[in-house]
Design a protein. Structure first.
Lengths: 318, 450, 343
């Protein structure tokens, strides 16, 4: 009934082959993202969120055991494309990415402007002059002064470098940008600046975002929707206005209860135990062994239950 | 310890590692055997011995197993001593204190070539009256060849090729042809060895009570023993066996000594920085320019060729090499680690940090080249020996090659003399190199998975 | 008392209850690092700590908050005894550290606990937990092996790493992040210190584990009457953990107050900016832009004249803030601000 959403992910699966067995990093993910919306994928380390980004963008390592599912970008299943088609039409043209520690991934021997030029020339076929003009425009969007275009990465601060990385992701005007821990190594004020940049881009260019982070508090700066990931699966989705005050899944609840707050005297809770290994995940609900509210039915894998436009993967809501 | 067990399991994953490990273990086994079977003092005694020790061996004789590859078999060497009971001895007392001593020994001659020499070494006891003996050789076709009749002083040696009687009758006047003459078929037109049972009979008479005659019959064939002989008739097996522990010891001590010292010096320099570091670096740079082998040669020529001197000089010259710079770079990085900062924060002294916090981290990294380096030092010792600068008293592989070369082994066709030590050297080098490379793959994380 | 409480009682480390006076007194501390330059040119100084004064009471926990490059790491390392002050005094338990020799400093260092940011990096990877815990004791002169063993067990109980025997034999890479940090804390406690310095102790841990560790630290501080200096850039954790907050900028402390006063009445413009920049999980955040002071923290080699924050301050008073360094003013009791606005 709705128009096609920007992104429709159905049963996305990515398993890796390792010495100890297959790692089921992304294990049947379903979620949607609308145009000009930002979804934050929340989860702790090892839950598979970075792998999710790579699965969507087909940035696969050599030891892939299984890779399946459907990813509809503006109605078209990009999983069906060949690698070359994918490279040309999806990567950077449709979806671009700012990977973790992108600010450290800038080539130290190239000027910043030259590095931005590269995706423009590959994907947009631009000549150098036009690409540099475009780069300057991008710099404006992210708030980097124009004369920085001739500087080397080591001459820029961490925050500036991260903005350059975002500019690189923006240059082909993609409809979706995936950001993996964009501010984890940055200071508070720099972080605030970066999120201002992202908010402005979202407002001015209508871009959608997938924000992957474990920093729950700052994620609320950008999030319209929230997806919570645990042990390779998405256990809850919903819009942020309802999620943050009232998370549904027991894991989300515990997660939110463990966030320290500047304002408000809330008692902090922590979760006992550890997330399960992704090599042999337990059958049934993967959170069951750490859940205070588990009951008999949790031995079976819970269905994804719809609840007022939110989804929860938990038998408590059946 | 767990880490060591895991590393060991890792080693077994690589076939080259297994090959290297097997080679090294074999070498160690040979070395241990050598040290047990022939204790060091005895080995030196044997190696320095002359005629009295080695008289039973011919000179320049290839190993006996060569016959396996030959259509025309070469005669093997052997000896029979009546004192051991190898030679039959019959003592018959006669009249008036005389005794007849009859020694006889039967042997098969099946070879296609003639022996080098036959000898009888007499060992007699008497007071005043010299015993008397006559030697005869009985051929398979029933001839008796009178070899010698002689009085026997305490030690008397009879060399068949030098007996005038034999030279004239069988050698045609030439000593070299005596053997040919003795063992040829008289009926054949061209010299053909007469095969069959030969018997040596020595009939001796003593003229006193208590007087005795013992003889050692030595047959110098063309081949001898498992490894052959050299110009001093020495059985090369002694040196081949003992070369193993000496090579291993030299290689290991050099490699170990250098690695450990380099580690410590690099760590100290990197930790203290400042003038200590500068000083070490300058010494290293100067030392790296110095030519290593020529200096060792000079030390050997002008000073002292003892293997301990050479070992010491090798270690001293190798410590301040490129290795120090590489290790120092890693130590500089290590110095900034968080756990070292924590150690400083709880008051660890500099020495403690260097030896207990930094160096243990680096030990896995130096193990591969410690092992691989052993081969290099083994070759170094051999090189010096071949150049004539090795320790002249020690039986090493290099020394064998050196002897071979000074006696024109290749020119004279004594290939076994050069091949045997060379093969052992190559085997050692290969074994340690293979093991070293595999260890490198295990301990150097960047190469893992290749 | 529960079994747990009885254990805590038994292993209490309380060297200080009863003593009076500040445990640590920092007086006009300056730590400058010389910049070496080849050839000509005056070599400058990086003025990492440039006039810091405060007192740390016994059993008190203070948080030092600031962004990277403000000098808090250098301040911390000087307090730990790893750097020597260029000027000023560090007085610990009434003894002037600047007058101590190497031996004295080593004694001091072994009586200050240090909890580092990266739990894996802080532990020597080739040592077992037992060895890691023993090292400070061996260095600190606890001679008897029996004593050391007992203290190891005590401290493992305090940080709740059970079963103790199991953990003692493990290597760091076999432990989770939270467990590693517990070992680091155990090591910090093993010499029965009066005082612990914690440098971003939870920033490299997962969200849910952070709470565990913070609670543990708070519990230890209360039970053993420890003084703690807690260094962080994450303001949202300070209210759970400390009594007072100091805000540091460009080598100086610009505001000092108790936690409640600072959060209720933040005074210095930089403090305000930091508080504004810190988010709580609230969906409304996505709808507004944050106000961030323009520019970047200044270079510590050539800091600006007068108040070091003035180039970025929207409330700057021309002629005053850009000329003279502000002294400390007291807008209310127990609340110091270095800002001309409060003259």
């Amino acid at each position: 009934m709705a128009d096609t959403k920007l992104l429709n992910v159905k049963k996305l699966l990515l398993h890796f082959r390792t010495q100890h067995g297959p790692v089921q990093a992304v294990d049947g993910i379903d979620f949607d993202l609308d145009y000009n919306r930002a979804v934050v994928v929340l989860g702790e380390s090892g839950c598979g969120k970075t792998t999710l980004a790579k699965a969507i963008l087909r940035l696969l390592p050599r030891n892939v055991e299984k890779y399946s599912g459907q990813v509809f970008l503006s109605g078209k299943d990009i999983m069906q494309l060949t690698d070359e088609e994918f490279r040309l039409s999806v990567r950077w043209a449709g979806i671009s990415m700012v990977p973790q520690a992108a600010m450290n991934a800038l080539n130290p021997v190239l000027r910043v402007g030259d590095q931005i030029f590269e995706p423009a020339s590959i994907h947009l076929g631009m000549k150098r002059g036009d690409a540099l003009q475009l780069a300057l425009k991008m710099f404006q969007h992210v708030g980097v002064p124009a004369d920085f275009i001739n500087r080397y990465p080591f001459e820029l601060s961490g925050g500036m470098r991260q903005r350059v990385a975002i500019a690189m992701a923006l240059i082909t005007s993609p409809s979706l940008i995936i950001l993996d821990e964009p501010t984890s190594a940055l200071d508070v004020l720099t972080q605030a600046n970066i999120f201002n940049v992202l908010k402005r881009i979202k407002k001015e260019l209508g871009t959608s975002f997938i924000l992957i982070t474990h920093d729950i508090a700052t994620s609320s700066e950008l999030a319209d929707d929230v997806a919570v990931m645990y042990a390779g699966q998405i256990v809850e989705t919903g819009d942020s206005t309802r999620f943050f005050p009232q998370p549904l899944h027991p894991y989300s609840q515990k997660l939110m209860a463990s966030v320290p707050r500047l304002r408000g005297e809330k008692k902090l809770e922590f979760i006992v135990g550890q997330p399960p290994s992704l090599i042999n995940p337990p059958t049934g609900c993967r959170f069951a062994e750490r859940c205070a509210q588990r009951f008999a039915r949790c031995d079976q894998e819970p269905l994804v239950i719809q609840k007022d436009g939110r989804t929860v993967k938990c038998w408590l809501y059946n | 310890m767990n880490a060591l067990k895991n590393s060991f399991r890792e080693i077994l994953r690589y076939p080259s590692a297994i090959a290297g490990l097997v080679a090294v273990l074999l070498l160690v086994a040979v070395a241990v055997y050598a040290m047990i079977a022939i204790p060091y003092s005895k080995a030196i005694e044997l190696w320095r011995g002359g005629e009295e020790v080695w008289y039973t061996n011919p000179k320049f004789a290839p190993p006996a197993w060569i016959n396996f590859f030959r259509s025309k078999k070469l005669p093997e060497s052997f000896h029979a001593n009546s004192a051991d009971g190898k030679m039959e001895k019959v003592v018959t007392p006669g009249s008036q204190d005389t005794t007849e001593v009859k020694l006889s020994y039967t042997f098969d001659f099946e070879a296609d070539e003639y022996p080098q020499e036959l000898m009888v070494y007499f060992n007699t006891t008497y007071q005043d009256k010299i015993p008397f003996a006559s030697i005869s050789l009985f051929t398979p076709d029933g001839r008796e060849i009178r070899v010698a009749d002689t009085g026997l002083a305490h030690q008397q040696n009879i060399r068949f090729s030098q007996e005038a009687r034999l030279v004239n009758r069988y050698g045609g006047g030439q000593q070299q042809l005596v053997m040919q003459g003795l063992f040829s078929d008289p009926k054949a037109a061209t010299p053909t060895p007469l095969k069959g049972k030969y018997q040596l009979v020595i009939t001796g008479t003593t003229f006193e009570a208590g007087s005795d005659i013992n003889a050692d019959f030595v047959f110098h064939g063309q081949v001898s023993g498992l490894a052959g002989t050299d110009m001093y008739r020495r059985d090369l097996m002694v040196a081949l066996l003992w070369g193993a522990p000496i090579a291993l010891a030299f290689g290991l001590l050099a490699s170990l000594g250098i690695s450990i010292t380099t580690l410590i010096i690099a760590a100290v320099g990197a930790w203290y920085g400042g003038w200590v570091d500068e000083f070490i670096q300058r010494i290293t740079e100067v030392n790296m320019v110095l030519p290593f082998l020529p200096i060792l040669i000079m030390i050997g020529t002008f000073f002292n060729r003892s293997i301990w001197t050479i070992l010491g000089a090798t270690i001293a010259l190798s410590i301040f090499g490129g290795q120090i710079k590489a290790l120092r770079a890693t130590f500089l990085q290590l110095r900034e680690s968080m756990y070292i900062e924590a150690a400083r924060a709880y008051g660890a002294s500099n020495m403690r940090i260097i030896f207990q916090y930094m160096i243990p981290r680096m030990i896995p990294l130096i193990i591969p080249q410690l092992v691989g380096g052993v081969a290099g030092f083994v070759f170094l010792e051999a090189t010096l020996a071949v150049l004539g600068l090795g320790d002249p008293t020690l039986p090493t592989w290099g020394k064998i090659i050196n002897d071979a070369e000074s006696n024109g082994a290749l020119y004279n066709g004594y290939y076994y003399w050069i091949l045997e030590p060379s093969v052992l050297l190559m085997f050692t080098g290969l074994g340690f190199a293979l093991l070293g490379f595999s260890l490198d793959r295990i301990f150097n994380p960047r190469l893992r998975g290749m | 008392m529960s079994a747990e409480e009885m254990t805590m009682e038994a292993v209490k480390i309380e060297p200080d209850r009863g003593k009076t006076g500040a445990l640590l007194s920092i007086q006009d501390l300056r730590v400058w690092f010389e910049l070496r330059r080849f050839g000509f040119g005056r070599a400058g100084y990086v003025r990492a700590v440039d006039g810091v004064s405060f007192d740390l009471g016994r059993g008190e926990a203070i948080a030092i908050v600031g962004e990277s490059g403000c000098g808090k790491s250098s301040l911390m390392k000087t307090i730990l005894g790893l750097y020597r002050p260029t000027r000023g005094k560090v007085i610990f338990d009434n003894e002037d550290l600047t007058e101590k020799g190497t031996e004295g400093m080593r004694w001091y260092r072994s009586h200050v606990g240090y909890v580092q940011q990266d739990p894996y990096g802080a532990l020597a990877p080739f040592m077992t937990v037992q060895r890691i815990l023993e090292e400070p004791m061996i260095i600190g002169g606890v001679r008897s092996k029996g004593d050391r063993l007992k203290r190891t067990h005590d401290v493992m109980e305090i940080v709740k790493l059970f079963p103790i025997e199991d953990f003692l034999g493990k290597y760091p890479h076999m432990l989770s992040g939270g467990q590693q940090q517990r070992v680091v804390i155990a090591r910090a406690m093993i010499m029965k210190p009066n005082f612990i310095v914690a440098d971003e102790p939870v920033s490299m841990l997962d969200a849910s584990v952070r709470v565990e560790i913070l609670k543990l630290l708070r519990g230890l501080q209360e039970t053993h009457n420890l003084s703690v200096i807690y260094i962080t850039h994450d303001l949202s954790t300070v209210s759970y953990f400390s009594e007072r907050i100091f805000v540091m900028y460009a080598g100086q402390l610009v505001e000092k107050a108790s936690v409640s006063r600072l959060l209720n009445n933040p005074s210095h413009p930089y403090t305000l900016a930091l508080l504004n920049g810190t988010s709580d999980p609230d969906a409304k955040n996505a709808l507004t832009f944050k106000e961030v002071p323009p520019g970047e923290p200044p270079s510590l080699v050539n800091p600006p004249e007068g108040c070091r924050f003035h180039p970025r301050c929207s409330k700057m008073i021309k002629g005053t803030c850009d000329v003279k360094m502000p002294p400390e003013f007291l807008p209310e009791a127990d609340h110091q601000v270095s800002c001309w606005l409060f003259q």
